[in-house]
Design a protein around this ligand. Sequence first.
Ligand SMILES: [Zn+2]
Length: 187
Amino acid sequence: MPTKMNSPTVRSTTFARPQTHYRVDLAKEAFTFSAAHFITFNGDICERLHGHNYAVRVSISGPLDANRYVVDFIALKEATLAITGYLDHHVLLPAQHKEIIVSSDLRETTVVFRERRWVFPKEDCLILPVVNTTAEELAWFILNQIRERTLGLFSDAVTEIEVAVDENQGQWGVCRSAWSLQTTHTD
Ligand SMILES: [Zn+2]
């Protein structure tokens, strides 16, 4: 009769995962874009046109799926690269600013803020659905673009998405949102 080994026992509770949350973070070196912009602040102060080498980080939270991951890194990477590539080497302009008035004809985009006026080749500009092209607003825009591109790919069980935009080597604007676009009305 074999001698009973005095092996260590592992209690099943070792594998219980109460209060366990998972998230994937992607901050690839390739998640960069260079763009020109200017913002207004404190009401009537308008920056000069200038540029940044922006960097992007994206995080998605949710339970582990059948593959034991939250979402596929490759799919998330491709969706993020698509939007950073779209923004790269453009002048970023706000569509919803009350006083920065942006208009385009077939060839040119004209921007007016009070006494100031800028004229760009139309194809150099992207007019974004934001009030001001701050890092926070860019993060919101990128977040929505990534969500749109991956909604059909990722599980409905995903809970949250966060996008951070670095506009100056350590100066981040962050936007976090529930994954589901549906809101619950309690009234
Ligand atoms: Zn800036």
